[in-house]
Each structure stands twice: as structure tokens, then as C-alpha cells.
Design a protein. Structure first.
Length: 290
């Protein structure tokens, strides 16, 4: 029996539900190198083997069902080798349990529906891969814009404008889920992997410059925006590729920035009183410029 291919739609669903993490060890499966090259180091592992003789093979399961999302679990290469070489230790029940526990954890990490979400006037920064992943987990669909279909600079400009309008529309009309960041929020190791929403607040900006090596800049706490809370600092990494317009670029370089946004916390250093986050989007609330 030949193996059925996993559809791209199903792969995106699995990545989204998994938050891009291995369902067993929670290692991030998406890497970005110094040259802005990305790598996917995870596998869609089969719970019942794809073939008739593989690990946990079950000939009663149809070829279609074997390639279905119900039979797949996102794993890193290490965990994938382990579960396929030790199928008795990693039975189908055990794998389903790992997956359920992980999906629940990802959902909980997204937080609660943002109450009284302000209306966005425009966006200064959209980290498209991160927003896409968040959108998949939240079952939000972002209308596709086909930049590669543009046949002129004017087309390209219009498509880019449409893309930004689509994101603003999604943010203003969909229910978004995140924990709310307020002045009283305390730093906590459990923040890691969670999403946080901050209403409009003043952030300081530091050395945001698209001519620099972004990874080296981040190592030196540059190309960031930051805000102090009672006793700790939220450092947000800014990748200039995702700054939306020249005007936005000027405000992000200006020293201070009044902004609201949605952030993913990447790590927390309790000794230094610092949380490092990646913004999914930054933007100005409607009414601010009236
Ligand atoms: Zn793993």
C-alpha cells in the first residue's frame, strides 16, 4: 500500500495547534539563522504507522486515516526517532495523551479573550510568520494577498496596502486571545510561551536600524523596544523587516513610542528581572491622531 501525502492545510493545522513546538519535549521546531534563513526541524509523526509494517502498524486503519490529522503528532527529530524505535514504550495511547496534553497547554498559553479591545488605527509592525501561527491556533483566517501576482510596482503597492488592511481588519473584528499586560503585572517564569496584550503605553526604543546584523544587535539588547514594570523590564525584539512603512520606521527609531501590541514571551530571566518577547504586531489606537 502506498503512503498518502499529508495535505498542506493539515500540516498548517498541526503546526498551529502545537504552537510550533514538539508535542513531547516542547522544543521549538522553527529556527531562524543569522541570514534570515528559516528551517523547520520537526516531523509530522504517524501515531499508527503510515506503512503496514512500521511502528504501531494497524492494518485496520485505512490509508486515508493514516495521513489524517487525527493520526499525526508534531515531534522534533529526536522524539520522532525515540517513539518510532521504541513503539512499545510509546504506544498509540501514550502518544495521544502527549498530544492532548500539549494542545491543551498551547490553548491555555494563549490566555483569555482580550476584554474591551481597542480599535486599531494603523499598524506599525506586523511579524507575519508569528501572526500567521497565532491565527491558525485561534482559527482566525487572514485573507490571502497574492504579492507574487503583481505585474507592476503600482500593483505591488496596492497588494501591500490590501495586506495591511486585511491584518487591521482581523485585529479589529476577530476575538483575540492573550493575557493582559498591566502596570501591576509581575514577572513570572510561567509567562514563557504565552501571549500578552498591552494597551497603548509608552515604550522606549533602542537602536532600531535595518543596516545592522539583527542577531548581534539583539545579543547587545539593541533593535528593541522596552518598557519597565514594577521591578522588571519587558524587552521586545524588533526585526526591521516587519516594520510596515517609512513613517512607522521613523517612529520606531525616535527614542520613545506610544504603542499597543500583542507579544509572545520567548524567555524570562528572573535574576535580571527581564522578560524577552517578540511582538506579533504593534499599532496605534484609533482616535490617537484625531
Ligand atoms: Zn521533542
Amino acid at each position: 500500500m502506498t503512503r498518502k501525502r499529508i495535505s498542506e492545510k493539515d500540516r498548517r493545522y498541526i503546526i498551529g495547534r502545537s504552537g510550533g513546538l514538539c508535542n513531547i519535549c516542547r522544543q521549538s521546531l522553527f529556527l531562524e539563522g543569522d541570514f534570515h534563513e528559516t528551517a523547520r526541524i520537526g516531523d509530522d509523526a504517524h501515531i499508527f504507522a503510515a506503512s503496514d509494517k512500521g511502528p504501531r502498524a494497524n492494518n485496520c486503519v485505512s490509508r486515508d486515516s493514516r495521513a489524517h490529522i487525527g493520526n499525526l503528532i508534531l515531534l522534533c527529530k529526536n522524539c520522532h526517532s525515540k517513539v518510532d524505535q521504541q513503539p512499545k514504550e510509546y504506544s498509540e495511547d501514550k502518544l495521544l495523551e502527549y498530544r492532548d496534553r500539549h494542545y491543551t497547554w498551547v490553548e491555555e498559553s494563549l490566555g483569555k479573550k482580550i476584554a474591551k479591545k481597542p480599535i486599531f488605527h494603523y499598524l506599525t509592525y506586523i511579524n507575519i510568520p508569528r501572526v500567521d501561527m497565532y491565527a491558525v491556533v485561534n482559527s482566525i483566517s487572514i485573507p490571502a494577498t497574492n504579492l507574487s501576482n503583481a505585474r507592476s510596482i503600482r500593483d505591488l503597492g496596492m497588494q501591500a496596502g490590501l495586506l495591511m488592511a486585511n491584518y487591521v481588519n482581523v485585529l479589529n473584528h476577530e476575538d483575540l486571545y492573550a493575557n493582559t499586560l498591566v502596570n501591576e503585572t509581575k514577572i513570572d517564569a510561567r509567562m514563557v510561551g504565552s501571549y500578552f496584550f498591552s494597551e497603548s503605553a509608552t515604550f522606549r526604543t533602542k537602536n532600531i536600524d535595518d543596516t545592522k546584523d539583527i542577531v548581534k544587535a539583539w545579543e547587545k539588547s539593541e533593535s528593541i523596544i522596552y518598557r519597565n514594570f514594577g521591578g522588571w523590564r519587558l524587552n521586545c525584539l524588533i526585526d526591521p523587516r516587519w516594520i510596515t512603512t517609512q513613517t512607522a520606521y521613523v517612529s520606531l527609531r525616535s527614542g520613545t513610542l506610544q504603542t499597543m501590541g500583542l507579544f509572545h514571551v520567548n524567555h524570562v530571566n528572573l535574576d535580571r528581572g527581564e522578560a524577552v518577547a517578540s511582538p506579533l504586531f504593534l499599532g496605534a489606537a484609533d482616535g490617537l491622531f484625531l
